[in-house]
Write a protein that binds this ligand. Structure first.
Ligand code: CP3
Length: 387
């Protein structure tokens, strides 16, 4: 920890962090690992707190939210913490009437469907509206030895909840608005982009050392629709925090066909779900943008030898490059045995070696395609590609 009274810049405080190095493709020795939804119901100590408090109470009580954020860091020895909050928290903060129903997800009292509903999306002042959440960030920054990841839901994913009224399979109302009233669609996403950008900026101002933008449901879109209806707004969010000195991670589920576009939104790292092997993802994402992922979360419901085998496959496909952050392909499933995740972290730390200088240069200096692993080769059929 820093010994000066002013809070040091995250980059200085975490000078040796393999997670931050990997986000930048900078040299480090060991592949870093954290898990999306690492806090939460898989942990008995989380369930014990939830027996006493609602989800919203935990999020809005800095001491509780900080404790729940720290629980997986202590248990698993992960290389980063992720703020305990939710993607809908900023929407709740501006009075939209969102409840999180256990086993369901966020549910909206009065869904937004027309141009007239837009006025209900007022601007977010992070310190005014999210003070408690930001106080959690401050507590955690004091407490943690690893970087804290702040996060937000991306405009499309938030819009899908607001329009559908809750979780959806088809996103038909969301897409209906997109294809019938493009002007209202863009005005809605523009407002959401401002809210999300303000929330992320607030978290960074209080010391979050990296941010992840969750566009969890963007994979529901064809690439051309993603590019036209969504990308400009996610781009604006990521631009708003682009000068704040912290790496950005851009993640979606079922986003194999969108990876190149998601990388182009202005991000240091793209999160990859388990459906796209990491070496295939590498071929779709330009040099200079790192990859996060991507063990199938359900594999962790099985016996550890199988988890180990699959984790080694992820590491092999990542090729020892310095721009890989190990993670699951989506969040930890509540039924996961925490012991398995603890062993998984040990394995990644023991076996996830980052290749020495050549690899580091490959990521930062982007040499010609001919010497770039996998750049002009089929990663599946070419035995030369990979470690
Ligand atoms: O550990 C962490 O990753 C940090 C905390 C976190 C939560 N939600 C806590 C939570 C993060 C980063 C999120 C993001 C989030 N929330 C996303 C994006 C990530 C993803 O999964 O794609 C989405 C889509 C949501 C919306 C949401 N909130 C869902 C689908 C659910 C689960 C509903 C259920 O009961 O299955 C929530 C509630 C929620 N958010 C829980 C947690 C730990 C469960 C609350 C509980 O019952 O204790």
């Amino acid at each position: 920890m820093s010994d000066v009274s002013e809070p040091a810049a995250p980059s200085a405080r975490h000078a040796g962090s393999p997670f931050l190095a990997a986000c930048r493709g900078a040299p480090h020795d060991t592949v870093p690992v954290w898990f999306m939804r690492q806090a939460g119901r898989a942990l008995a100590e989380y369930r014990a707190i939830r027996e006493q408090h609602t989800f919203e109470e935990v999020v809005h009580t800095p001491e509780l939210a900080a404790e729940v954020t720290l629980q997986p860091v202590r248990r698993y020895g992960v290389d980063a913490a992720v703020l305990f909050s939710d993607i809908v928290t900023p929407l709740q903060a501006i009075g939209l009437g969102v409840t999180i129903q256990p086993g369901v997800g966020p549910v909206i009292d009065r869904p937004l469907r027309t141009a007239g509903d837009l006025d209900r999306l007022r601007r977010l002042d992070p310190e005014e509206d999210l003070g408690h959440v930001l106080d959690t960030v401050s507590l955690l920054v004091e407490e943690l030895d690893v970087p804290l990841i702040g996060f937000a839901g991306a405009p499309f994913t938030l819009a899908s909840y607001l329009i559908e009224g809750g979780p959806s399979r088809s996103y038909s109302r969301t897409k209906a608005l997109m294809f019938t009233d493009e002007l209202t669609w863009h005005r809605l996403l523009d407002r959401l982009a401002s809210i999300v950008g303000a929330s992320l900026s607030g978290q960074i101002a209080r010391g979050a050392a990296a941010v992840q933008l969750f566009d969890s449901w963007a994979g529901a879109l064809a690439p051309e629709d993603y590019e036209r209806f969504v990308l400009p707004h996610s781009q604006r969010v990521l631009e708003q925090v682009g000068d704040l000195g912290v790496p950005r991670i851009h993640f979606g589920v079922d986003s194999g066909e969108l990876l190149g576009l998601m990388a182009s939104a202005g991000t240091e790292v793209v999160g990859v779900d388990w459906r796209t092997p990491l070496d295939h993802a590498r071929a779709r994402v330009p040099e200079g943008v790192g990859l996060q992922g991507n063990l199938e979360p359900a594999v962790c419901l099985g016996p550890f030898p199988q988890v180990a085998e699959r984790a080694r496959d992820v590491l092999r496909r990542a090729g020892g490059r310095p721009d890989h952050v190990f993670n699951l392909g989506h969040g930890v499933l509540p039924a996961t045995d925490p012991g398995v995740l603890a062993e998984l972290v040990e394995l990644v730390h023991a076996e996830g070696r980052v290749n020495a200088p050549g690899g580091a240069q490959a990521a930062t200096a982007a040499p010609p395609a001919a010497v770039r692993p996998g750049a002009d080769r089929d990663p599946v059929t070419d035995p030369e590609v990979g470690p």
